[in-house]
Design a protein around this ligand. Sequence first.
Ligand code: ZN
Ligand code: ZN
Length: 227
Amino acid sequence: MAKPKKIWENVYQIGGSNISHTSDCCIYLVGIGGNEGVMIDCGAGQSANKLVANMKSVGVDPQQLKALILTHCHIDHIGAANLFKERYNCRLIAHINDQDAIEGKDITKTAAQWYGVDYSPAKIDHILAGDFEKLSIGNVKFNCIHTPGHTPGSISVFCDIIDKRVLFGQDVHGPFDESFGSNISDWRASMQKLLDLEADILCEGHFGIYRPKEEVKKYIEGYLRRF
Ligand SMILES: [Zn+2]
Ligand SMILES: [Zn+2]
C-alpha cells in the first residue's frame, strides 16, 4: 500500500484503494489548525486502523478529529463512520436525502451487499437539508453543495485554502443505478454546479487528484459528454 499524499497545504489523501484498503473510496483529510482535522468519507470499514495511522503521520490527532463529512451513502464511503464517531466522538455530517441509508433504515441503498461487508449504521449529527451550507470548522470553511445524481443525497464540498479552490467532488464519475436512486438529469445539473466553481484541484471519489483548473474542467466535461 502507498503512503498518504499531501495534495495541498493542510489537504491530504489518507485512504484509497491503493493506500488503505482495496474496497475503499478516496479518503481525504483537511487540517483545520493545530492538530485538528476534518475527514471526508471514511472507506468501507476494514481500514479504520490504517486511516488512524495515516492521519497521525500527517500531523492530525484522531482525538482531535472534529467532523467526518459523508459525501453520500455508499458503503465504500461510510463503512467506518460509526466506528470513528464512537471512538473519537467526531460529528457526522451528511445530506438528509441519504439519511435513511446511512442511519440503517434502508441498508440496501448503501450497496453493502455489492462489497460483501456488514454495515454498522451511524446517526448523523448535522443534517444538511438545503442546496448549500457553509460550515466553519476550526480555521477552514467547508462549503457543502447538494449535488444529487449518483445518489439523491450526494454532496460535494469545496474549501478555499490560500489561493487554491479545492473541490472534494467524490463520485463525479457515477456509476448510475436504479437501486441507488440515481438520476441522470439531476447529475448533469450537479456537474454544471461543479464546473461553475472553477476549482483548481479536484479530489475525486475513486480516481484521485486532478489539477490544474483546465484539467478539472476537462475531467468533468468528459463525463458530461458520456452520460
Ligand atoms: Zn458511490
Ligand atoms: Zn464511491
